[in-house]
Design a binder for this molecule. Structure first.
Ligand SMILES: [Zn+2]
Length: 307
């Protein structure tokens, strides 16, 4: 074979391999986006959910009712949401669990799942988002967006061939009435003596009106800030550091765990105008932005899995 022909064939082969790889990546991205969109539609009342209505002690009162969530605030609507999230985790082959708590501030249910390390270790990384909303708001941006981000990252983490750390994915209840669910969960981890590398929580990740894909990281440790900045740079994502303590990451930091909050860009006034309103609906979510940030958080988790 003539040398030039051979080279041409090799190049053609490489091009094909590249094409196949790119194609499979975008195929995976598409199905991830679809999964997140579908879950966000259930959480925000865009699509009806089929649920069993249960009482406080999980006894089924009415089987298979079809209904739409108008918010995730009442005991019943949070109960239904917990059921939706439980089912969603089950569908990606994780083993969801309910953490029921009762504190002076409130009574509720966190939903969580563990993705075990492939090499034995006691160390965990936590990724979480609150699933409740304020009364009368569908809470698409706050915080169905963070919830489906965590869900998308969980689905990808579970597929990694090797993980040098355990991961724990949590959907917190009752953030809106004062970090009740996340505080109860942090206290549980402390009581269990869990060795937690870091807690990452995501809140409001669906608005990017100026299209710059920027995010904010809230009160990171030096090491976590470095990690996020390194991974963001590879994706050309701008990162602003802020000192906002008002959401779930605080629950972990205040009892001594390393923690970081991840959120959309408040700086430059690029945050949702629908905050805590009835207009915080499915239609206002920027799914491309959500996909971009899902990728970033997954890449950060992947680094922590490889370390
Ligand atoms: Zn929130």
């Amino acid at each position: 074979m003539k040398r030039s022909v051979k080279i041409a064939i090799i190049i053609f082969g490489l091009a094909l391999a590249g094409f196949a790889q790119e194609n499979s990546v975008s195929e995976a991205d598409r199905s991830l986006k679809l999964m997140q969109t579908e879950l966000l539609a259930f959480l925000t009342g865009k699509s009806p959910v089929m649920v069993d209505i249960t009482n406080e002690s999980s006894r089924v009162l009415k089987k298979g009712s079809l209904g739409k969530l108008s918010d995730r605030h009442s005991v019943l609507s949070r109960n239904i949401t917990a059921g939706v999230l439980f089912k969603a985790l089950d569908e990606i082959d994780l083993e969801p669990k309910r953490h029921r708590y009762e504190t002076e501030k409130g009574k509720g249910t966190n939903v969580y799942a563990t993705i075990p390390a492939t090499t034995p270790t006691k160390e965990y990384v936590l990724l979480g988002a609150h699933y409740d909303s304020v009364k009368g708001s569908p809470g698409a941006n706050d915080n169905a967006s963070g919830t489906v981000l965590v869900y998308g990252v969980a689905a990808q983490l579970a597929k990694l061939k090797s993980r040098n750390r355990n991961f724990i994915l949590v959907f917190f209840d009752q953030e809106e009435i004062g970090l009740v669910g996340s505080r109860a969960f942090a206290a549980k981890l402390k009581k269990d003596g869990m060795s937690l590398h870091s807690a990452h929580t995501v809140d409001q990740m669906g608005w990017d009106n100026d299209g710059d894909k920027a995010i904010e990281i809230e009160l990171p440790t030096v090491a976590l800030e470095k990690l996020y900045r390194e991974e963001a740079e590879k994706l050309s994502i701008t990162v602003h550091k802020t000192n906002v303590p008002s959401t779930d990451h605080t629950a972990f930091r205040e009892i001594g765990f390393n923690a970081i909050g991840v959120t959309e860009e408040y700086k430059n006034r690029d945050t949702t105008p629908h905050y805590h309103k009835s207009s915080d609906t499915f239609e206002t979510i920027d799914f491309d932005y959500l996909a971009s940030t899902t990728r970033l958080v997954f890449n950060v988790m992947k680094r922590l899995a490889e370390d």
